[in-house]
Design a protein around this ligand. Structure first.
Ligand code: GAL
Length: 374
């Protein structure tokens, strides 16, 4: 924030005799080059957050803003420290994708004390009144879409959503994300609301008996942890010759761990086919697996659109305006309902990779074939 703009604003406010005269937090008169946006991302171990960070930074830089982009290595104290530092170094807006949605309360209080608006990016920040806006996707619908993809993969539904020809019963297993991530709960409840009628009817059998989110959650969304859990499930619940016939997975990284465990146990041949495994994020390594017929599907969340919404919200705050929300009911963070802008999602199977991911410019055909983004 630059002194000149602030002084000008303080003067204009004083002239109007308005409330808040002398408040140096207004940035509406400042030039982009004098404004810094702090962008705090959880980790670089997952490609999606790298894509998110890059998109947000590119879009803000193109508009002339300064950007302080930090990744926290999935370590909560590191993220707290990085956000603290953004605040002391004079950030004018914060965009945060939290590792643990409940761990940033004191940083957010410090931001509020300095009147720095906070935008929660994709993951809701919980238990704090100092979250000003939330940009994300419709996370409940992500879970519904994952469950529908699983049902379609099993043949219980057709691609158009109508009843399929398969009758089951099918053995399935369930996975959820990190319990400290608000999204994990939305994904799981969307999926379970959709699968429950099939489980109740006996068409789907969760052979391990593990159906509660606490039993199936994977801390920090770690691929290795998901692989280990799948290995344990195979050893404990499928040692009688029975087969896993479908796996609900909420995120591509987990899906790849699950697929590795299944492959190591001999799945993936004509005699012992790979069961449908769902996913999320359209990470390039998983898009290749889908293209190769190994992973069933993923839920594509266009990080370019999310970044764009974050930038629109940040600019609104910088101009002393309120960003436009399209949902003011769903995201109660435990203290208040945070006004949100939610984007739609798309289920990607092998047959719409081209339309959704290549024709839209998200990846090139070469990247999909190689399983690696440039
Ligand atoms: C969630 C996010 C998912 C996935 C997951 C693991 O918060 O909504 O899209 O990225 O984290 O990183």
């Amino acid at each position: 924030m630059v002194a000149l703009g602030s002084v000008a604003l303080a003067l204009s406010l004083a002239a109007c005799g308005g409330e808040g005269a002398g408040d140096d937090s207004s940035t509406s008169g400042d030039k982009p080059a004098d404004l810094t946006i702090g962008v705090s991302m959880p980790t670089q171990t997952s490609e999606r957050w790298i894509a998110d960070g890059n998109s947000v930074k590119e879009k803000l830089t193109a508009k002339g803003y300064k950007v302080d982009l930090q990744y926290a290595n999935d370590d909560i104290p590191t993220q707290s420290q990085q956000v603290d530092q953004m605040i002391t170094q004079g950030a004018d807006v914060l965009i945060i994708a939290a590792i643990d949605g409940t761990a940033l309360s004191s940083q957010l209080q410090a931001a509020a004390d300095k009147k720095i608006p906070v935008i929660a990016y994709d993951r809701l920040i919980r238990d704090s009144k100092n979250v000003d806006f939330y940009v994300s996707f419709d996370n409940y619908k992500v879970g519904v879409a994952q469950a529908n993809a699983l049902l379609t993969g099993l043949g219980l539904l057709k691609a158009d959503g109508s009843k399929g020809t398969a009758t089951g019963p099918f053995n399935i297993e369930l996975f959820a994300g990190s319990l400290d991530d608000n999204n994990a709960h939305f994904f799981f409840s969307g999926a379970m609301d959709t699968l429950k009628p099939f489980i109740d009817a006996g068409t789907l059998k969760v052979k391990s008996g593990q159906t509660k989110i606490e039993q199936v959650a994977i801390l920090r969304w770690q691929q290795e942890t998901a692989q280990k859990r799948m290995e344990d499930l195979l050893t404990k619940s499928y040692n009688d010759g029975s087969k896993v016939q479908g796996v609900l997975s909420p995120y591509d990284g987990l899906s790849r761990g699950i697929i590795t465990a299944l492959q190591n146990a001999g799945y993936g041949s004509a005699a012992n086919p790979m069961p449908p495994v769902t996913g999320q994020d359209a990470e390039i390594a998983s898009v290749k697996l889908i293209n190769d017929g190994v992973q069933n599907s993923t839920i594509f969340k266009d990080t370019r659109l999310l970044a764009e919404q974050a930038v629109i919200a940040a600019e609104a705050f910088l101009q002393d305006k309120t960003p436009t929300a399209n949902d003011t009911k769903t995201y109660d963070n435990g203290v208040k309902v945070v006004p949100s802008y939610l984007l739609p999602v798309v289920t990607v199977y092998k047959d719409n990779i081209k339309k959704e991911l290549i024709d839209s410019g998200y990846y090139t055909a070469e990247e999909v074939a190689a399983g690696q983004a440039k």
